[in-house]
Design a protein around this ligand. Structure first.
Ligand SMILES: CC(C)(COP(=O)(O)OP(=O)(O)OC[C@H]1O[C@@H](n2cnc3c(N)ncnc32)[C@H](O)[C@@H]1OP(=O)(O)O)[C@@H](O)C(=O)NCCC(=O)NCCS
Length: 157
């Protein structure tokens, strides 16, 4: 499947919201995306195939750190490398200003954890009862681009 990764802007938010609703039990509202897209520390990328948005990835950058705040791929386009391509684009585009990256992920979200581990993230900590709807612990995952070890077998650092 062919797709390209583009920088997203406010006009893309309605399409982002459609994907968000398909992917999360407590999705961000359109208003939340508007606030984030207008934040000067936020970066948003999307994947486009056949003129359609099929995924998105957002991060906040406060040098030298970056935080992945959201990533999702439309269910019908998963396992085709879209999530990995968006995440890698984010890391590559911001590597001059951010080399230490963090993210939170549900303990049960093995698909996302596998993506993050493939990209070089490792589990750094656990936050008890971090999520609601449904309640769940979070893994905090960390990637230091200056010390990246891909496919690390040991998830704990
Ligand atoms: C997590 C998500 C973004 C992955 O997107 P994707 O486009 O399907 O991922 P990719 O095809 O790029 O996969 C890259 C790697 O991630 C891992 N991976 C992705 N989905 C996986 C799954 N269901 N099971 C196991 N590993 C998986 C694999 O290592 C994969 O590499 P491989 O295909 O060579 O084995 C997607 O499943 C999604 O949108 N989930 C719902 C939203 C979500 O949970 N977001 C994360 C919030 S923290």
């Amino acid at each position: 499947m062919e797709f390209e990764i583009i920088r997203l802007s406010v006009k893309d938010i309605p399409f982002v919201v459609e994907i968000e609703k398909k992917c999360f039990s407590s999705p961000w509202s359109e208003r939340s995306f508007k606030v984030s897209f207008n934040c000067r520390t936020a970066f948003w990328f999307g994947a486009v195939s056949g003129g359609m948005l099929i995924g998105f990835c957002g991060a906040y950058i406060v040098p030298p750190e970056g935080e992945i705040i959201n990533i999702a791929v439309d269910p019908q386009f998963r396992r085709k490398g879209v999530g990995e391509a968006m995440l890698q684009k984010m890391l590559d585009s911001c590597c001059e200003i951010a080399h230490i990256w963090f993210l939170d992920v549900r303990e049960s979200n093995v698909a996302a954890q596998a993506l993050y581990k493939k990209t070089g993230f490792n589990v750094a900590a656990k936050r008890r009862d971090y999520y609601s709807e449904p309640p769940e612990d979070a893994f905090v995952m960390k990637l230091d681009l200056n010390n990246r070890r891909l496919y690390d077998a040991d998830p704990f650092i």
